[in-house]
Design a protein around this ligand. Sequence first.
Ligand SMILES: C[S@@+](CC[C@H](N)C(=O)[O-])C[C@H]1O[C@@H](n2cnc3c(N)ncnc32)[C@H](O)[C@@H]1O
Length: 393
Amino acid sequence: MDTPPFALFAHLDQRPVLVVGGGALAERKVDALLQAGALPRLVAEQLTPYLQQLLQQGLIAWTARRFQPEALEGTWLAVLASDDPRLVREVTTAATERRILTDAVDPARQPPRSPAADAQHGSGAGRVTLVGAGSGDPGLLTLAALRTLQQADVVLHDRLVSEAVLQLVPRHVRRIEVGKSAGQHSMSQQAIHALMLQHARDGARVVRLKGGDAFVFGRGGEELEFLRQHGIAFDVVPGITAALACAAYAGIPLTHRDHAQSVRLVTAHCKDSLDTLDWQALAQERQTLAVYMGVAGLEDFRTRMLDAGRAAATPFALVENGSRPEQRVITGTLADLPGTARAYQVKSPALLLLGEVTALAESLHWFGSPPLRAADLAQPSGNVDASILSRAA
Ligand SMILES: C[S@@+](CC[C@H](N)C(=O)[O-])C[C@H]1O[C@@H](n2cnc3c(N)ncnc32)[C@H](O)[C@@H]1O
């Protein structure tokens, strides 16, 4: 058909709509149809893992075969989500005979590609860029990260990526949440790998957006190894990791000539990770520890640090929601760490900073509320003055 199509906005609430295709194009169309309240029925020989997930959730129906005209029965609209010209012709002819409108893939409405990206797309293969989103404040995104988001076709993001950062993803770019938060796995690592692979093979510019930095407790290495094994091109944009962001926004210099000559980034999210740490080395004075994912294991952490010789009076700062408007900083000493965290009901995401430098938060804090102190807890931890808890909320 040579004449230009007529652009139409249709109310499709609760109306069956046929989608022909089960690939990345179909994903985009199905997302838009679900947002419009439509009831998508797909006809395709195969579905992507994402569409299979929607199928399992009962959000779409699927006929697992090539398109046949009877699939149009009872539908209000036929949505073309295939590049196959023969299939497109067949659907258009059958739909026209039945006076059913077809929604075609309009090349003029595809998001523009940069010449550099076109060069990379020459072989039909896409590319994955691993992007660190920083810890929450969108001002912490690098210019490279912002540019990459603006040129993306699809963004696969973790739950830790803040809404303020996601607002910077252009509206035409598809956003898929794939991330995990402690204990709640929304998608397995294998499913995330499969999703990256599928979009890259479809020729998309994929941004894999992760909280903080992708190479700091972010499984970025595993994802790149997988892409390399499958011959997918990739690059990496670093982000501001939680240790840097939390320290900066809490007024805690990680090193200081008078207090700490080194910094260690440590994870302590399960017993296994605690068992493999070198506690003697961690317990040395004049160094700062930044402990990721440690909120659940503070009791164990304190015991092991004390056993390894770190002084009970060593100051700590727990930074919850660092760099975000709801940031809280809780300070105290190693001796009362777990009780103080309990009393102030510290929740994930929170980063534990331990070491002499953390005492400086008291005088150098500049962002949000002043630190909440263990010393302000009027009664023994676990049985706390109500006024303190209301400050903590
Ligand atoms: C799976 S790790 C991911 C770390 C991330 N790749 C980074 O570089 O910051 C998640 C942990 O990072 C820490 N974290 C991330 N963002 C944070 C924030 N805004 N405030 C406090 N802690 C944060 C918490 O300890 C959380 O449990």
